[in-house]
Design a protein around this ligand. Structure first.
Ligand code: ZN
Ligand code: ZN
Length: 326
């Protein structure tokens, strides 16, 4: 069984009811974290315990994580990585972990020769590019020689253009990861995850992006999707603002679900100002009926018979959600 756990649905900053981006995917070959914003480990620990207490047959286990995939280096998507890795050290983890993030060739070259120096103005190198952040995080983790260390494979993906990028080596057996460049003002990718053998299940997580990503279509992705997790920061009346800031509306997300032939759309990354996300759902469903505006704690269960169920948390347990409307 494949379960996709949505652990943060707010864009930019947390609200009282929503946290910033972070997802946990469990597959038969191990688990993957996709984006890891501030406070991610706290949420995942609570989620793991809550699932353990509830006999719904779904679990999340930090020890099973084999890879962390990052979509871009805005802090609401990656600022939880270092404390999470520190905890893994404290917990005595020994299993290897792969961390993958997008960058540019220019940033890789600059860091190679100039790491530690101030970045020249106008160089186009982002001070929080993963080429720089990965080095910093690595040195934090390796600094204390007394501490337990586990092997980390730091993988930078140089992005150039919009063609899907195939990884040279795959961290999980029977799982194929590809990075799909998106449009967000800084180097950014979505992650296409194909799981399994003969009946492959395919999930795409958009990260932050504006509409009309060149490779978000059936032919570039070489087949339909089971689940598309797409940002929908705003609804259509703010479409200009969405485009200006490199974000999408609910309608844009639904259009991407149509273009990629996705069975189910899960919308995330809502502007903290938005109170009623039912408007998102209604807007998206005009184009794509199986569209859900996600809540923190939602679990998409992708069954072997191709059925996808959304389990939603209510009080202290999870219940199948929204049968009638979809
Ligand atoms: Zn964001
Ligand atoms: Zn962003």
């Amino acid at each position: 069984m494949i379960d996709f756990h949505v652990l943060g649905t707010s864009g930019s900053r947390p609200t009282g009811t929503r946290s910033v981006s972070g997802n946990y995917l469990s597959t038969p070959s191990g688990s993957i974290v996709i984006d890891c914003g501030e406070g991610f480990q706290d949420r995942l620990v609570k989620h793991e315990l809550d699932l353990k207490k509830n006999p719904i047959g779904i679990r999340a286990r930090i020890s099973k994580i084999k890879a962390i995939l990052l979509t871009h280096s805005h802090f609401d998507h990656c600022w939880g990585v270092l404390p999470f890795l520190k905890t893994m050290q404290l917990d005595g983890r020994t299993k290897p972990l792969t961390i993958i993030g997008p960058t540019t060739k220019e940033a890789i070259d600059w860091v190679e020769d100039n790491y530690g120096k101030p970045i020249p103005l106008g160089s186009g190198i982002n001070p929080s590019d993963f080429s720089i952040l990965f080095r910093e995080w690595k040195s934090h983790l390796e600094n204390n020689s007394n501490q337990n260390k586990f092997p980390i494979e730091w993988t930078l993906i140089p992005v150039d253009g919009y063609e899907p990028i195939q990884l040279l080596s795959q961290p999980l057996p029977n799982v194929h990861l590809s990075a799909i460049p998106t449009v967000h003002g800084i180097t950014s990718v979505g992650w296409l995850i194909s799981i399994g053998g003969s009946i492959s299940k395919r999930i795409l997580i958009s990260g932050d992006t504006t509409k009309n990503v060149p490779s978000f279509n059936k032919s570039s992705l070489k087949g339909p999707l089971d689940l598309l997790i797409h940002e929908a920061t705003f609804t259509s009346e703010l479409s200009e603002k969405a485009e200006k800031h490199g974000h999408s509306t609910a309608l844009d997300a639904a259009k991407a679900a149509l273009d990629t032939n996705a069975n189910t759309l899960g919308m995330v990354h809502f502007s903290p100002r938005i109170k009623d996300i039912e408007v998102h759902e209604n807007e998206a469903r005009k184009l794509h009926l199986r569209s859900m505006a996600c809540q923190d704690g939602d679990i998409f269960r992708i069954k072997n018979d191709d059925k996808i169920i959304l389990m939603r948390k209510d009080k202290n347990s999870w219940f199948e959600h929204d049968n009638q409307r979809t």
